[in-house]
Structures are given as structure tokens and as C-alpha cells.
Ligand binder design. Sequence first.
Ligand SMILES: *Cc1c(COP(=O)(O)O)cnc(C)c1O
Length: 376
Amino acid sequence: MTSRLPFVDLQAQRRRIGPRLDEALARVLAHGQFILGPEVRELEAKLAAFSGVKHCISCANGTDALLLPLMAWGIGPGDAVLVPSFTFVASAEVVVLAGATPVFVDVDRTSFNVTPESLELGIRAAREAGLAPKVAMPVDLFGQPVDFAKIEPVCRKHGLKILSDAAQSYGGAQGNRRVGSLAPVTSTSFFPSKPLGTYGDGGAIFTDDGEIDALLRSIRMHGQGIDKYHNVRIGLNSRLDTMQAAILLEKLAILEDEIAARDRVARRYADALDGVCEVPRIAAGNVSAWAQYTILIEDRDRVAKELDAAGIPTAIYYPIPVHRQDGYRHFPAAKGGLPVSEELADLVLSLPMHPYLEPADQDRVIAAVRQAAGRS
Ligand SMILES: *Cc1c(COP(=O)(O)O)cnc(C)c1O
């Protein structure tokens, strides 16, 4: 009997920085400023510097990090937000919560990210549905930044704002710019299994725009004016706990090193599995944060079952594209349908991926995939 591999090994990371984390948490317990304590400001400053932007606004989770900018922009009834269907449901959910309408667009089969062609078709579908297209929300799926050079001209032509859903790509880069600085407003998540994950929920928004920064700080604190009991707009309670900020400060210190380790794991997978299945491709100049290592493989459900029997956990992100989910099927979609999103849902399989995946353990995954694919 061989042991079962973890899908994401948070304990290996804890063995590396455990004492530092314990000390950081003890400091918060000692000073007792649990809401917006000094670690929150310190983390925001360090994240802004890491990303190369002026402002970082932390909040309660990655979903709120998407909702808050929509609220700040006054997006609401009659407005359309263009969202890929092949994503985690939160990307579309926040649009509905804001009172606007998600209009689903398709993705590229190789990058898993929104295509400019589908964005155009989605904008047309929004107008035909009597909606005003206001925002495009490209998602950096599985960790690879969206091709902004291709998306931006479409958005500019139609007067759309860009809200980048970088929940899976924090730590990644495009050219000489890091995620956080690639779009006018970028949101990310610190959910435990994300590339920069904490021990609970957390999120953040990145921007160079001072006006948006001030609005977001007000909205995350019940729409506060000069203080919490002076309320000048509708907001919500969405702050990052000081405890989580203290943890994230320690994890941010090793993020660059961890992204490099994830990249080594990804390259090893690609070398061994190319030809056995379709392996993910990263465009020249991009650095993926490798939130997931997702292959495309025929007979996916059988392969997943065989890997499971060999003690290798896998995950399916995502088995149902959002436009086919019961809560979302009545919203408009790009003209011509979303064939790639639908095809991907049947083929994707995410393999164990984390910075501490040892070569011997990775070889077990590779051997099991080869065997399940009939190429051992
Ligand atoms: C995780 C995730 C979110 C939401 O983040 P939470 O912190 O879980 O609220 C949003 N979009 C995408 C693409 C995600 O992967």
C-alpha cells in the first residue's frame, strides 16, 4: 500500500515557516487590534509594492474583491458585465449581487482565458438584450494572466472598464509587470488553496486610481465617510482580519520562491506528459502562478477514478460551465454559443500541484496518468 498524495500540501509549507507564523500570530494576540490592525496596513503596502501599483485595498474574500469595484463604479440594473463561462461561479455571482446582468463569453481552448472574438460577440448579445455593456471581467484561469494586449483594444472601442479576476494568478506576471498591475483594477483571493493563500478567507484589490481606492476603503467599511458612524453610501462589512494579514505577510515573503518551485513542477509535468494528454501552454512572456495544473484528457472520468485508486487525488475545475448552472442559465451568452467552455468541462483534469511536490511523488502522478491513458 502506498500512501495517498495530497492535492495541495499546506503542511509542507507550514513546516517551512511554522515558527515565523506562530510568532506573527502571537504578536497580534498581544496587541489585540483584530480589525484593521497594523499588519493590515503593512500587508497592503507590501502587496502594492510587490505588484507595482499605488494602492492595495484588502477585504474579506476574493468574491467581495470583485463585488466592491462593481459597487464603486455604480454598476447596477440595466448594465451588462462580460464574464467567461468557464470560471469559478463567484465571477458571475457578484454581477448578479450588484444588480447587473452577467453576459457569458467563451474562452480559448489552450489558455482557458477569454478571447477578444468572444468578447465582441458578448458585447453584441448584451446590446441585443437591451443592456448597456459596462465592464469586462477577464479571469486569469488556473494562474495564467489574460492576454490584455488583445482584450484592451476591444474594451476601449466599446467603452468598457476592465476588472481583472486574478483570484488564481497572484504571483504571476506578464512581460515585466506582475499581476495586480496588468489591468486598471485587479482583484485577488487569499482562500487557503490559492497561490497566495491564508488560513481562512481574504481578498484584495489593486489599482493606481486614487479615487477608486478611496471609494473601496469606504465601501468595505459600511460606506463610511469621516468615520464608521458617518455613512455616505451603501457599503458592507468586508475587511481582512489582522490575523490573516499577519499570516499573509509571512507567506508573501516566500511567494516568489514558491512560484518558481511551482513552475519547476509544471515544466516536469509538461516534459513527461506532452503527447500522453494535452498539457497546459503558457504564452511567451507570461509567468503563471499555477493555481492549478490542468490537463485535457479523453475519457476523463475513468482516468480520474483510476488515479484515485492509485492514491492520487485530482479535481475537476469546472464540471459545469456557469452558463449551464441552474442559477445562471437564463442570462445572455455570446452569439454562436460557448462551445469551448462546454467542451473543456468534459476534458479538464487538475493534477496535484504545489511548491513542495517532490520529484518522486510527481513521478507517481506521471506514471499513473500514463498508465490510465494506456501509454505506460
Ligand atoms: C477563488 C475564486 C474567486 C473567489 O474567491 P473567494 O476568496 O473564494 O471568495 C473568484 N474568482 C475565481 C476565478 C476564483 O478562483
